[in-house]
Design a protein around this ligand. Structure first.
Ligand SMILES: Cc1cc2nc3c(=O)[nH]c(=O)nc-3n(C[C@H](O)[C@H](O)[C@H](O)COP(=O)(O)OP(=O)(O)OC[C@H]3O[C@@H](n4cnc5c(N)ncnc54)[C@H](O)[C@@H]3O)c2cc1C
Length: 404
């Protein structure tokens, strides 16, 4: 089992530098433009695919690092460049995680490559869980999946909302209810193949931040998919539903484990934004002169920067610990994955707000990147489980009680 170490190995250092260079040379210079345009930055995704950053091989290699640290390092560097563009490039990995967590080896082999495509023909994935009436409470999904035994097809109906890459993705992974009475335990995941009739994009949302990342509704109207698109297969689903009807459960535990393992990655993205804002405001504070001295020579400003750096480093330690635990199979006894995402998300919001304060009026206008970082940071206390839901997971884990 890989030991936990803060000394990055040669491979990790090389990848960190390579991704940082891409973030500095390609992503950051494009960030303002795509934030203003609020469109998917296809040329940047193409560039990422051309250099091998947006590819199944790179993802598999980074995620497969036995120490667990490579993928959070990649995410931090990318989001240091720009979080909206990073999510446009790597939003597909949500669908990939859904396929890997639930699919058979054959399904993984068939669908994961299609979430990436090739540099010549880029493809995207979307992971569709949230609904207008089911956000934090994912057990109350209304989207229905009904089995048509005669044709060995599933028929999906419902509306998904807030979906990253929704309607523009090639592969949509949809979580739907097979048996509504069983609530969360009566759900299953399905792949909707490219071009399937009945799946369409609803409203595209105009957002506060991460505006280069496409977010939209996905409407499913009598979407027919082959039986083979049920992730995990029918026999396994029937077995699971029978167990749930008898009152048994193991799926909740499995899903919790998957979330705990993926949350630190989202935390790493938040740290990337926070670090960008910290570095920028540190430089600014050394240069900006008021009352005849650089503003950093006032404790009021220098202490802000000291707190910002401390919080960022603390958040990164939690992210790396949880990533290492996930990779080495250590049990998440106290919601360590949730802790990392909670701390990193809230740190990003606080740090970017302080960065605006340090820049004063210049922090508040669009000519400077700091207000964008503040808008981008806010999503990290909302998606992939709000801060309140992370606290719920941790509170339940530490108390052993079903805290409401
Ligand atoms: C930009 C963006 C991209 C997204 N991408 C995706 C995607 O790709 N796929 C996908 O499926 N979803 C996606 N989401 C959805 C996201 O995961 C949800 O927005 C999130 O889970 C919160 O759900 P909600 O918005 O319905 O808020 P609600 O669940 O309605 O929560 C509202 C408030 O109530 C609080 N609250 C709710 N329940 C409790 C409780 N029990 N205890 C204490 N407080 C509580 C919440 O913390 C929050 O503060 C995305 C959202 C956004 C904004």
């Amino acid at each position: 089992m890989a030991e936990f170490s803060l000394d990055l190995n040669e491979d990790q250092l090389q990848i960190q530098k390579w991704v940082h260079d891409f973030a500095e040379d390609v992503i950051r210079p494009a960030a303002h433009e795509w934030d203003e345009r609020e469109e998917t930055p296809w040329p940047i995704i193409e560039e990422a695919a051309k250099v091998g950053l947006y590819s199944m091989e790179f993802g598999a290699n980074a995620v497969g690092d036995p120490t667990g640290l490579t993928w959070p390092i990649v995410m931090e560097e990318m989001c240091w460049g720009d979080a909206g563009i990073t999510l446009a490039i790597f939003g597909s990995t949500l669908a990939v995680s859904g396929i890997i967590a639930n699919g058979t080896p054959e399904q993984i082999g068939e669908w994961v490559p299609q979430c990436f495509g090739t540099p010549e023909k880029i493809q995207l994935g979307a992971f569709c869980v949230s609904e207008p009436d089911a956000g934090s409470d994912v057990s109350s999904l209304r989207t229905r999946a009904v089995y048509d035994e005669a044709k060995d097809e599933w028929v999906l109906n419902g509306t998904k909302t807030w979906i990253t890459n929704g309607g523009i993705a090639d592969v949509h992974v949809v979580v739907a209810s097979v048996d509504p009475e069983l609530r969360g335990r009566g759900q299953a995941s399905f792949v909707v193949p490219p071009g399937t009739p009945g799946l369409s994009m609803g409203q595209k949302f105009k957002k506060h931040g991460i505006r280069a990342s496409h977010t939209a509704e996905v409407v499913l109207a009598d979407v027919r998919i082959p039986g083979s698109c049920l992730l995990g297969g029918k026999a396994k689903l029937d077995e699971r539903l029978a167990r749930a009807r008898e009152g048994g459960s193991s799926r909740g535990q499995a899903a919790l484990k998957t979330f705990e393992a993926t949350r630190p990655i989202v935390g790493a993205q938040a740290i990337g934004i926070a670090r960008a804002a910290f570095e920028y405001s540190l430089d600014y504070a050394k240069e900006r002169v008021q009352f005849g001295r650089p503003i950093i020579e006032n404790q009021a400003i220098a202490f802000k920067l000291a707190d910002m750096k401390t919080e960022i480093d603390a958040a990164r330690l939690l992210v790396w610990r949880a990533s290492w635990m996930g990779a080495t199979g250590k049990p998440f006894e106290f919601g360590e994955g949730s802790m990392s995402k909670l701390k990193a998300g809230e740190t990003a919001v606080r740090v970017t707000e302080e960065a605006i304060q340090i820049l004063g009026g210049y922090g508040y206008v669009r000519e400077y990147p700091v207000e964008r970082w503040h808008r981008d940071a806010k999503i990290y206390t909302i998606f992939e489980g709000t801060s309140e839901i992370q606290r719920l997971v941790i509170a339940r884990a530490i108390s052993g009680l079903h805290i409401q």
